[in-house]
Design a protein around this ligand. Structure first.
Ligand SMILES: [Fe+2]
Length: 177
């Protein structure tokens, strides 16, 4: 499964720290297995249930958000440098995993995708943190996952958390009808 994931999400390779890259992969694998999916399902699962019949998959959204984050991080590094420090590896890992909890929050019912029993109790920022913890990822990654959506609006996000939050909404709000 690891090779397949590296093929469909090449952005894993942007994580320079090998241990962090492996734990990020492990978290994705755990979520796919726990949710009863296979890697090819990532291209079929809608990235959100809030936009009816969206044609954007969870795979496309995850890659788009990750690449937007990478672009933002590079632009900030080239212009502001140390005035706005960003941990690139944490950002990329958090971006790849920010919606990993959706693999537990959603289920397939025939041709439809709906909320699972677990998803009705725990939205994906919460189930995503569970997965990250099980995979041994540091709290910096759990922080990005936990706070990426409106759940994090009342707290203080890290620099990486702020970038990810905006990259996520950049890839969501324009698609709302
Ligand atoms: Fe997202």
């Amino acid at each position: 499964m690891k090779e397949k994931l590296l093929e469909i999400i090449p952005e894993f390779n942007e994580i320079k720290n090998e241990k962090l890259r492996e734990m990020t992969l492990e978290a994705m694998i755990m979520a796919i297995e726990k949710g009863g999916w296979s890697p090819s399902d990532l291209a079929k699962i809608p990235f959100t249930l809030l936009i009816e019949e969206t044609n954007v998959s969870l795979l496309e959204h995850t890659r788009a958000v990750t690449r937007i984050c990478i672009g933002m991080a590079r632009a900030i590094d080239a212009t502001l440098g140390p005035k706005l420090p960003i941990n690139f590896d944490f950002l990329v890992s958090g971006a790849i995993l920010h919606d990993v909890g959706k693999l537990l929050e959603y289920q397939r019912e025939g041709l439809r995708y709906t909320k699972s029993a677990s998803g009705k109790l725990l939205r994906h920022p919460f189930s995503g943190v569970q997965i990250a913890t099980l995979a041994g990822l540091p709290d910096e990654i759990s922080h990005i996952i936990a706070n990426h959506s409106h759940e994090g609006d009342h707290g203080k996000r890290t620099n990486e958390g702020i970038l990810l939050h905006h990259a996520d909404f950049t890839s969501f709000e324009p698609l709302k009808t």
